[in-house]
Design a protein. Sequence first.
Length: 129
Amino acid sequence: MAEHLRISDAARLLGVSPDTVRRLVDSGAVNTTRTRSGRRQIDPAALATYMAAQPRSVAPPVASARNRFEGIVTRVVKDGVMAQVEMQAGPHHIVSLISREAADELQLKPGVVAVASVKATNVGIELPR
């Protein structure tokens, strides 16, 4: 997991342009820190909090039987056996039920960049390569 995200990484995860992310930062909607060289960087957990607070649009139906969505984990709820993982991948809000063991092994928590693999009604969560 990256400690911080570049503006371009956050833009890709939000499904917007880097200029849009810069405007979000300038408006105070997304907090950043600066590197020693002055570049802005975003805390993944802060981005996840921002994304989770946004209204969720209904995504158009997916035509393909197999799809992969890279996004950011916004919420993880675990019980004794299962974990509910919520992700935001651009305009797509994804909820997956996976084993607690898998969620622990992947160290899923808000701010982690992950990939949702969707096939029919099953959603698997994995880390990007």
